[in-house]
Write a protein that binds this ligand. Structure first.
Ligand code: SAH
Length: 380
């Protein structure tokens, strides 16, 4: 069977060449072709020796997950649906803004965490994505955005501007990556880690650690592993100021309660490329959005340098939750700001194509049967 090079980071690719008696620097060349230039045809990797190209053609391949849909929202947000086999699909979202372009990447087909307000969580879990499927999302998006940039220029892109996703000013269209799509990245650590390394690798996507953000529901021991093995910017889904409420909304809180989670955040900051943790907080009307909740939150995070990102709840059918009203969100934000906590409210983007946070549903055949069990409970 051929080796899919999309799944190999620099170290693994070096090993691939060494095993075949080839020079290690080939790995750098191939990384550049595959990731920077989006090339999947070895015959076109012109600076490789003929023998190396022939070996690659015989033993390797570059195969991203097939793209099955590509939608653009009124606000420019773009969503791709990728087929990951056996009736499962995952979603990737590109969010263009004036000063940056953010790609939101999925790490699992479905999710086991079952957060009550999350559409992905409601559909159960199928499997972990492979490294090739995770980095494949960046590969596709970079290529697609590069094609668009070239089209806008209406002349063929000069070779220097072939850098993936290059825009007119030579800037990368994708300046930031967030692991905030479907799934819990820290429960797929072994496949996420090489994908992170590729994102950071100068020969691949060359993103700075500060511009790659991993968002976790709060898997405490894995937060430590990330800190030790590949610290990037960290976002933690908090969503409640006390254990009782958090356990209701985010069931894994039973296993890793707030005290342990916040201690892990403090440990993370010792190695983090950013000097704060981003706490995500979904605003659910009448559930976690009162003045008392804001006050409790301020106390809870008193000794963790942090910023808050309030996410107005994005509705999906039969969620059973409502979004907090704009003035309630404003008031909540003001309470945090008054306590000296930097706080932003996420603008809802791409909701006309169901690309907003928590709406990513892909299409997942649930193997956990949890979704069915929940349904059975609901109708009892
Ligand atoms: N498993 C990771 C990534 C999940 S998605 C994590 O839990 O952090 C990224 C963010 O969107 C999380 O904070 C998640 O709680 C939030 N989210 C999920 N459903 C949402 C919804 N319907 N509306 C708004 N935010 C939601």
């Amino acid at each position: 069977m051929k080796v899919n090079l999309l799944g190999l980071d620099a170290g693994a690719l070096g090993g691939f060449f060494a095993d075949r008696g080839q020079k290690a620097f080939r790995a750098r060349q191939v990384l550049r072709w595959v990731h920077r230039f989006g090339e999947s045809d070895f015959a076109r990797m012109t600076d490789l020796a003929k023998g190396a190209r022939e070996m690659l053609a015989a033993e390797a391949e570059v195969v991203p997950p097939p793209m099955i849909a590509d939608n653009v929202a009124a606000d420019g947000t773009r969503k791709w649906l990728l087929d990951v086999g056996h009736g499962n699909a995952v979603e990737t979202v590109f969010i263009p803004e004036a000063s940056r372009g953010t790609l939101c990447v999925s790490t699992q087909a479905g999710c086991t965490m079952a957060c009550q307000f999350c559409s992905t969580g409601r559909q159960g879990f199928n499997r972990n994505l492979t490294t090739a499927e995770i980095i494949g999302q960046l590969w596709w998006a970079s290529r697609a955005l590069q094609a668009r940039a070239a089209q806008e220029q209406s002349t063929p892109a000069p070779s220097a501007a072939r850098a993936l996703g290059a825009t007119r000013g030579g800037e990368r269209a994708i300046s930031n990556v967030v692991l905030m799509g479907m799934g819990e990245p820290l429960l797929n650590f072994d496949n996420v880690l090489p994908a992170l390394r590729l994102m950071l690798d100068d020969h691949a996507y060359g993103l700075s650690r500060r511009r790659v953000t991993l968002s976790t529901v709060g898997i405490v021991p894995m937060i430590d592993r990330l800190r030790d093995e590949c610290p990037v910017a960290l976002a933690v889904s908090l969503h409640a100021p006390d254990d009782a409420l958090r356990s209701r909304l985010v069931p894994v809180n039973e296993k890793y309660p707030l005290r342990e989670l916040l201690a892990a955040c403090r440990r993370y900051l010792e190695r983090s490329p950013r000097d704060f943790i981003t706490f995500e907080y979904v605003m659910l009307a009448g559930v976690n959005d009162s003045d008392a909740h804001a006050r409790a939150l301020v106390e809870l995070v008193a000794d963790v340098p942090c910023k808050f990102n309030l996410i107005p709840f994005n509705p999906f059918s039969q969620s059973g939750f409502r979004r907090s009203a704009p003035d309630v969100i404003r008031r909540f934000a003001e309470r945090l700001l008054a306590a000296g906590i930097v706080c932003t409210t996420r603008r809802t983007r791409g909701d006309d194509i169901d690309a907003a946070c928590g709406q990513l549903a892909g299409r997942v055949q649930d193997r956990t049967r949890r979704a069915g069990a929940r349904l059975a409970r609901a109708v009892q």
